[in-house]
Design a protein around this ligand. Structure first.
Ligand SMILES: [Zn+2]
Length: 292
């Protein structure tokens, strides 16, 4: 079991509500799509905003899963930071009691550092923080992926999270989309991140009609419930390779040192020659270089 998983398990055993993701991908079943295709028909006229690339469906029409981009032929060193804005459907009373599930300083620092990023937002988070959701969701520096409405698990045995029934999964995802719309989020991308990163073939089949690309990660930052920002920075810096996708969190409640860790991660990766991109950029490069 990874340190992250151990921490998560500990929290679950303590009976605290579990908000964070960040499971080790090695412990989750994988269904990496081997093929990729552009989602937009060619010659459809220049859209006002670029249409985000998606992967072609997996075998049997399953929702495709993206984890990282391969090293591109030009050898360019790119990395995408993703931030899960977690809030669980049953955490309203905790928010009302003063617990903060947002992290505006983190968003401000990403902008100050000129780091584009992908935010996987839960619908419940957008409902609680509509102004922040709109600010993120109308800023070209960011793109907003769907992290479900409820942040309940889409597969059983997922860190003790309550489980969404199979026939309610699509509705949960669509409910998040409706919340984004209500908040005024416009720069959404058709990407879905499973709460806890937990999924199986049944789940991928249930979501297939939504034509989204599921997005996992290859680098676990370990920021969930972390207290040591340096340890988080070390873990990220040790894990990043060209094309990596890092999972972090945008919630003070469950990831209080993420912003501090970024102050070290960003300059260090730049020093190593990395350029920060969004998840859509990684997926586009995969679509354009399908030989990997
Ligand atoms: Zn999450």
């Amino acid at each position: 079991m990874t340190t992250t998983a151990r921490k998560l398990l500990t929290v679950a055993l303590l009976g605290a509500a579990l908000t964070a993701c960040g499971s080790d991908p090695a412990t989750a079943p994988h269904q990496t799509a081997g093929k990729a295709a552009p989602s937009a028909p060619p010659g459809a006229g220049a859209p006002k905003t670029a249409i985000a690339a998606t992967l072609a469906p997996g075998p049997g029409g399953l929702t495709p899963v993206f984890e990282r981009a391969a090293r591109n032929p030009q050898g360019e060193k790119v990395v995408a930071l993703s931030f899960d804005a977690d809030m669980t459907a049953d955490q309203g009373p905790r928010a009302a009691g003063g617990e903060r599930f947002d992290n505006p300083a983190l968003i401000a620092d990403l902008k100050r550092l000129k780091v584009p990023a992908t935010v996987f937002m839960t619908g419940r988070w957008a409902q609680e923080y509509p102004a922040e959701a709109r600010a993120i969701g109308t800023d070209p520096a960011f793109e907003v992926g769907n992290h479900s409405y409820s942040h309940y698990a889409f597969k059983t045995d997922c860190y003790g999270l309550p489980v969404v029934e199979k026939d309610a999964m699509r509705a949960d995802v669509e409910k998040a989309t409706a919340q984004f719309k209500a908040a005024g989020v416009t720069n959404t991308v058709p990407y879905f991140r499973f709460p806890g990163g937990c999924y199986d073939d049944e789940t991928l089949r249930a979501l297939a009609p939504l034509k989204m690309t599921a997005v996992q990660w290859d680098v676990v930052s370990g920021d969930a419930f972390a207290k040591d920002a340096n340890a988080v920075a070390e873990q990220v810096l040790a894990g990043v390779k060209p094309g990596s996708l890092v999972v972090m969190h945008c919630t003070r409640s469950a990831a209080p040192v993420t912003d501090t860790a970024l102050q070290r991660i960003v300059p260090e990766l730049r020093k190593r020659g990395y350029r920060f991109v969004k998840v859509s950029d990684l997926i586009r490069s995969t679509v354009q270089n399908p030989q990997h």
